[in-house]
Design a protein. Structure first.
Length: 237
């Protein structure tokens, strides 16, 4: 699958892009000076919502929440990692919505130090995050930061919505995996750690139709990236 799945604009500063699946709707906006991608996952049956990275522009993110649920219900904000460009709106969004907070266990204290927002749930590899009738699995990807996490949502086997693929995984990767490579690391040891996790916990587990939603820029699929894994390891970034 190589087509762009979204309806709407996916350019930085553009309006919301929307993807409708059987159980959930996924909305994407680009916010802040570093064009961070923020994603809202909405359970279509219950209206429960999860925000991936309250990165910047709290007014835009709160409008996004209302687009998903006119009652402005937001159940949880998951922060993929500790870097400042991914937490700039966290305090404001949580203050307005009362949403719970979650982040990788090894990044949680650093996020609180930066934002003054306590992290209510410290995530580990294999944990589950439930949003209404939808479940997302935590995938820890160590290297970009010690506590970086991705979230994997799998379409139900009975999926019938237009464009749905039964069993397909949708993976929100933060800054750990992009089109063309893994995220930036501070040295060879962290690069090896990140690539090893990405290979073992992502490419070895999920098939080529898995859709990847990174923290910046355009989406990709595992099928598009898989042929380049050896190249990434050889170049060291």
């Amino acid at each position: 699958m190589t087509h762009e799945p979204w309806t709407g604009d996916v350019t930085p500063g553009g309006p919301t892009a929307l993807r409708v699946l059987d159980e959930v709707e996924i909305r994407k906006v680009s916010v802040g000076p570093m064009d961070n991608d923020a994603y809202l996952v909405t359970c279509r049956r219950e209206g429960a919502q999860l925000l991936v990275d309250a990165a910047a522009d709290p007014d835009r993110l709160l409008a996004l929440v209302r687009e998903g649920n006119p009652g402005a219900r937001l159940d949880v904000v998951v922060t993929t990692h500790r870097h400042r460009d991914h937490v700039g709106a966290l305090a404001s969004v949580v203050a307005v919505t009362g949403a719970q907070t979650a982040a990788g266990a090894d990044d949680a204290d650093a996020i609180t130090e930066t934002t003054d927002v306590p992290i209510g749930r410290r995530l580990h590899d294999g944990d589950l995050v439930v949003v209404g009738h939808a479940t997302l699995e935590v995938v820890a990807l160590r290297g970009h930061t010690p506590g970086s996490v991705a979230l994997a949502y799998r379409e139900p086997e009975h999926a019938r919505a237009p464009g749905a693929v039964p069993g397909r995984v949708h993976l929100f990767t933060g800054d750990s995996l992009f089109p063309g490579g893994v995220g930036r690391t501070s040295g060879p040891q962290d690069f090896t750690s990140l690539l090893d996790d990405v290979v073992a916990r992502v490419f070895d587990r999920f098939d080529d139709e898995t859709w990847v939603y990174p923290g910046h820029g355009r989406d990709t699929t595992l099928g598009a990236e898989r042929p380049h894994l050896d190249e990434w390891r050889a170049r060291g970034w």
